[in-house]
Design a binder for this molecule. Structure first.
Ligand SMILES: C=C(O[C@@H]1C=C(C(=O)O)C=C[C@H]1O)C(=O)O
Length: 360
């Protein structure tokens, strides 16, 4: 480096070292204070993780923030700080669809931070079972994709599972083409989950029509196989390339640049109100004319906005359905409470999955 540049850099780097030392001092003080909160909570047997409090902490800092850091960076940094503070009391055991490098893992780490005990599972069923049996404190399951719609297996599991929804997280799905060498030399086949292959079909046809596409159990599994075989390419997320030590040939190859997947955090506790919440529920109505129309009327009458409506067949052979409804607000908000009471009265089936802070 030339002398003039070094002259400028040295004092700036000294300043950064000084600031880092101060930040560490403050983080230490914060961690000690969080531990005191933990001690105070022990007497009341409350849960360590309070999603509503963490959502409020992040929202407040985003409001205080005047830049240049974007709001999303403030959220990501404090999610990690709170994860580390929580882990001092008790690291959360978090179940998600594995192996290492899945989008589910990414969603779990973004939501709960890195200071967790990760529990990669073989299926969504296993994730839900781990939370039901107490093997895991929390789980993360995919519930909808902006291209492909509902993740039906998750919806079906939520119908009967004894778990509560306590959070949501949407992540960008950014598929990459990856190989052992980081090039396509000697590569004849590309492996990925069928969903990912479908999402990259246009790009593959336009750019590499000679590659044979083959399905894999998951994208991370495709990456694991590509790490062993130089004739294979995989389509997966960047985190899978990192984990399986693959080179990225091309990034962002999904045909829709806005491809996103929404995940639900599940557990056994009910978050309190954070001031910006959502409530998820499942309803069934008798199979009669106007029943669905009447089913939703209490929402409008109580000024409750519906953000999502999904249906799944009830499997009675009678053309009956379960409706999965997301509304804005917490079940303890007066208008939501009134709407839910009315819905429950007329529904043949009624289950509140949970109220939780809206996606940051
Ligand atoms: C410290 C607490 O416990 C946990 C850690 C938090 C934090 O580090 O800010 C916030 C909420 C809880 O998940 C608390 O309840 O305030």
């Amino acid at each position: 480096m030339d002398d003039a540049l070094m002259k400028k850099l040295v004092p700036l780097r000294e300043r950064i070292d000084e600031l880092d030392a101060r930040i560490l001092e403050l983080l230490t003080e914060r961690a000690r204070t969080a531990l005191q909160v933990g001690e105070a909570k022990q007497h009341v047997q409350g849960p360590v993780f309070r999603p509503e409090r963490e959502a409020q902490v992040i929202r407040r800092l985003q409001q205080l923030n005047g830049g240049p850091l974007p709001a999303s960076s403030v959220a990501a940094i404090w999610a990690e700080i709170m994860s580390a503070c929580r882990a001092l009391e008790q690291p959360a055991r978090v179940a998600y669809l594995g192996p290492e490098g899945t989008y589910s893992e990414q969603a779990a780490l973004e939501h709960f931070g890195h200071a967790i005990e990760p529990q990669p599972c073989a299926s969504f069923d296993d994730v839900v079972r781990a939370v039901e049996t107490g093997r895991a404190d929390f789980g993360m399951v995919a519930v909808e994709n902006s291209n492909e719609g509902a993740v039906n297996r998750t919806l079906d599991l939520l119908l009967t599972a004894s778990v509560k929804v306590l959070g949501e997280r949407s992540i960008d799905i950014r598929h990459c083409l990856m190989t052992r060498s980081g090039t396509l030399e000697g590569v004849t086949r590309v492996l990925a989950h069928p969903q990912a292959l479908a999402q990259c079909r246009g790009w593959l046809t336009a750019n590499h029509p000679g590659l044979a596409c083959e399905p894999a159990a998951s994208n991370a599994e495709a990456a694991r196989l590509a790490a062993q075989d130089p004739s294979l390419a995989a389509i997966a997320g960047e985190q899978a390339a990192r984990h399986w030590k693959l080179g990225i040939v091309a990034a962002g190859i999904q045909d829709d640049p806005h491809n996103r997947t929404r995940f639900l955090a599940i557990g056994q506790t009910d978050p309190g109100r954070s001031g910006r919440d959502k409530t998820s529920l499942i309803l069934a109505v008798p199979n009669r004319a106007g029943a669905v129309y009447r089913m939703l009327a209490p929402l409008a009458e109580n000024n409750v906005s519906m953000t999502r409506l999904e249906s799944r067949p009830a499997r009675t052979g009678e053309w009956e359905y379960y409706f999965y409804v997301d509304v804005e607000g917490h079940r303890e908000d007066p208008n939501v409470a009134a709407a839910l009471a009315a819905l429950q009265q007329q529904a043949a089936f009624f289950k509140v999955l949970g109220s939780y802070p809206r996606c940051p």
